[in-house]
Design a protein. Structure first.
Length: 231
């Protein structure tokens, strides 16, 4: 096949029109024959390529996680409340009440600025889509659960409520205690360290990572949950 291709290049360069035309026909036939003969193998190859992880997406997800973790760490230190909803497969705009459009790159500094108490849009939640802050001052649906502790405020109930209706991961900081928590699939886990939060977000948000790494992250998540009170 490569020899035929080489001869075709030579005949084209030498302007051997008739021979070149014959070789073109033969080349086309050979390519068609290869597609027929190796059709199953080609399909398997394309299928494997389609299942390869999207490394650019994985990198984007990990960068977004680091942005959230850094912002939450700083907000927790100074006891500034925060509520951050990370969109996954479900369209959150169909569930929560969108607030002020932001549409900017997600950075720790921007998240801190939004939740600063004197900011006009610090109340409500921030919606993150991919690596961008979509909206601020969003109103999340409150959970209707009656078994929750009365000490849980609106921020925690909103986080649980959104996680009950969607696959979003919701991160929050208590303005009273600075405690870091997250809600997912209707469960609230409180009292996280920064490292625990990073591990949890990596497990829940990053898709397509190597299976070995996913297994380790799942183990880390189970260890964390076994030590925490899950509401």
């Amino acid at each position: 096949f490569l020899v035929l291709l080489g001869v075709l290049v030579v005949t084209t360069a030498l302007q051997l029109t008739v021979l070149n035309w014959m070789l073109l026909q033969l080349f086309s036939f050979s390519a068609y024959a290869i597609l027929i003969l190796f059709h199953p193998e080609i399909r398997r190859l394309l299928s494997r390529l389609g299942n390869l992880p999207n490394f650019s997406l994985i990198r984007e997800q990990r960068e977004t996680i680091e942005v959230i973790v850094q912002a939450v760490d700083r907000l927790s230190d100074v006891k500034i409340g925060a509520l951050i909803a990370v969109e996954q497969s479900h369209d959150l705009s169909q569930v929560l009440e969108l607030g002020v459009p932001i549409d900017c790159e997600a950075t720790p500094e921007m998240l801190e600025t939004i939740f600063f108490p004197n900011n006009a849009i610090h109340d409500g939640g921030v919606l993150i889509e991919g690596d961008r802050i979509s909206h601020a001052a969003c109103i999340l649906p409150l959970t209707r659960r009656q078994d929750l502790q009365k000490s849980l405020g609106t921020r925690h109930r909103a986080a649980i409520g959104l996680s009950e209706e969607t696959d979003a991961v919701v991160v929050l900081v208590s303005e009273e205690t600075g405690m870091i928590s997250y809600a997912h699939q209707g469960q609230l886990v409180r009292g996280l360290s920064v490292e625990e939060l990073r591990s949890i977000l990596s497990t829940l948000i990053v898709k397509g990572a190597k299976s070995e790494k996913r297994v380790e992250e799942q183990k880390d998540l189970h260890k964390i949950l076994n030590k925490k009170t899950v509401t």
